[in-house]
Design a protein around this ligand. Sequence first.
Ligand code: COA
Length: 372
Amino acid sequence: MTEKGLADVVAAETAVSDIDGKLGKLWYVGYDIHDLATYSTFEETVFLLHQKRLPTREELEETEARLTEERELDQWLQDLMPTFAEVASPMSMLRTSISAASAYDPDGWDQSAEANERKAYRLIARFPTLIATFERLRNGKELAAPNPKLPHAANFLAMLTGEEPDEEEARAFDICLILHADHTMNASTFVARVVASTLSDMHSAITAAIAALKGPLHGGANEATMKMMEEIGEVDKVEPYIKEMLGRKEKIMGFGHRVYKTEDPRATHLRRLSRELGQRKGDTRWYDLSERIEKVVMDEKGLYPNVDFYAASVYHYLGIPTDLMTCVFSASRVSGWSAHVREQLSDNRLIRPESDYIGPTNQEYVPVEERQ
Ligand code: COA
């Protein structure tokens, strides 16, 4: 029997992350996402996803140093970036840059497990620099070089905005990166594993994953959510706007989930961060709008917000432009994608499902001259 959209089909065994959709639980390597969002850092989460255990202090410092050292872009990508800044949309820039980066990776086409680990960490380190370089160039702003004194999240924001974030903002963003790092067999991770299963290379798998994340039914939902809120504008307009959308049978971006049938545990943290950041900035407009939308969608459709819904206002409060929101998501998810690619390769079998043929059968071939 065909499961449309492969719903409920188990496509792989994994030790990276796990979800209980009924209970609204998410674990990375067995650690509850609530604990990781409370106590961990993005760098520690990267180690956890890749090494399948928490690091010692020394290992954590090594991971931090490794991710710091690999931030600089190759000259070749630096040269390409002005063209991207002029003509490309952010996710197209990212997809093309990662594809191009394969040609200049120091490990070349080495497909050994060790080379793939180095490639993974290099990609995780460089995503922020790519995104920030693109953002600064397209706005005619001076580039902000990576600051080796800053951790991953704070450095990312500093390169993006040109200003070093304060401690609360840096921690809020660090939590966002932790929350977005992995999520079992979501569409982009599945794509990455399919590409890896053909014994193609790490950069190809990540490029394909970026392509899958771009769509509004997946990672593009945060950007679409922010655009919707910008269009609604005021809390009083939420109810008629949402009701009209639902009346037209349109989907409300940032709501619903294939697996969660209750609150997405990541949304719990992002809702709180949205409220706290709004209050700190003395501008709760986007939080208030989000909260109202959440209530109306729950009353009308019984749907819960997913990770992308409150991520939109959180990113906005952190100074991240709307059209960069999906790129920022990918800068975190690359840690999960690359962990899944490595896991797939460690016990590989080509992913090649079946299909149910529903077209015509036993057709008689008619030469082109005789066709009506
Ligand atoms: N707004 C309105 N209705 C929604 C909805 C949404 N965001 N999400 C699901 N539904 C409704 C569908 O219309 C469908 O209703 P029906 O049975 O009356 O036709 C029902 O809920 C099931 O939805 P379906 O699209 O089949 O579920 P799915 O498991 O295939 O899709 C998503 C899951 C995430 C793709 C879907 O919820 C969605 O499109 N959400 C908006 C995009 C988004 O936020 N994506 C980010 C996911 S993290």
